[in-house]
Design a protein around this ligand. Sequence first.
Ligand SMILES: [Zn+2]
Length: 446
Amino acid sequence: MNASTISRYAFCLLLFAIPGVTRTMAQELSVTAIRAGHLIDTSTGTVASNQIIVIERDNSSGRGTIVAIGADAEIPEGAEVIDLSDHYLLGGLVDAHDHLALTYKEEPESNTYYFTTLMDSTAIRAIQAFSTGFQKLSSGFTIVRDLGNNGLYADTALRKAIAQGWVPGPTIINSGIIIGAFGGQFHETPEREDTVYPEYLNADTNDEIVKAIRRNIHYGAKVIKVCVDCQAYPYTAEQLKLFVSEAANAGQKVSGHVQTREGALRAIEAGLWSIEHDNAMDPEIHALMVAKGVWRVGTETPKADWSRVSDERWERRVTMLRDAYNQGVKLAFSTDADYFIPGLNRGELTIEFLKSWKAAGIPDAEILKVLTTNGYEISELENERGPIREGFAADIIAVRGNPLEDIYALRNVSFVMKDGLVFKHDGVVAPMDFFHNGPQYGWKVR
Ligand SMILES: [Zn+2]
């Protein structure tokens, strides 16, 4: 027993000596059983009727686990029973590209996010991120890949706050600060060239690239985001390979913002995990992506009265999405929905992006697979979270209609369970059980 162990031990004794400052050990394990009228396996597009899902939740770690599924699964004595026998149940949805701590808007910044980054502190953006993540969870999004533009690691702060048990939210796969060549995605003036940071980490040389990746990982990134070709001096394929190997050294993948055809070719050659945005996509690029197994994260903004998608852009977007689907490119549902549309919350705005997939003529059951199964895979969570399967995390959503036949049934997600705790029931969000006055699941969770 060293000195610090002794002092911790003494501190615990002191805690238990103060009246009222004791931890209840009761109810650390709670059991829930769901009567599932129609249980969808989104990977196969099949439905099992009248299933019982048994969930055990360890309230000290925040882990909720599916322990049994079946028509004859036994409901343990004392279990809370939730009746969803008139619902379709499925694993949670995934948005593979958003920026929860960024919301640009018409007033006052004319939808120019550069000005948003100048006006909003990281602190206010972190609180916004909690709100936007909460709204997405309410619409059934239990996993979000949060790919940068989050000030000084507001994304890491949100991920930790959720994982430690301060607030509810989706499981976050975050990138930290986007790494780019001098200037990031900005067009700076020489007088103000320090404004690039902390939205972007300038990394022009190989040493700077390695340092930027390590810095992000140290500050909590779970995936590396690189701006491949945001400037007139794009990264070379060799440099992008360095990104891939350095990220792999920490077990991480590299997602690339790509806006030019040349950038896409280099990203594919270097073996990036995913290409973000559909700007540079065409049939030849798609074929190369299939050959290399690169994910297509198209962020397909629909044509709508709230969007600024030209007819030409829309036509191309839909045609290319259909081509990618026909060629068998690995597709992820993704939005980049980082702006304020009055009348739509962030979750509702996210669901609007289904229009692009419908317009591309992709069957509803396939869109559902992209939203779920593919989302778990691009997030590299498919062996622990997502599918409704024994031993997996208890993230479950439910809708009244059958989304295999009408994907827009997802507009009305009436039930959301996250990590075995009910977040939304009968269309009402009642999340108090998710809030704690401390790091309930451990301050070391990070
Ligand atoms: Zn983005």
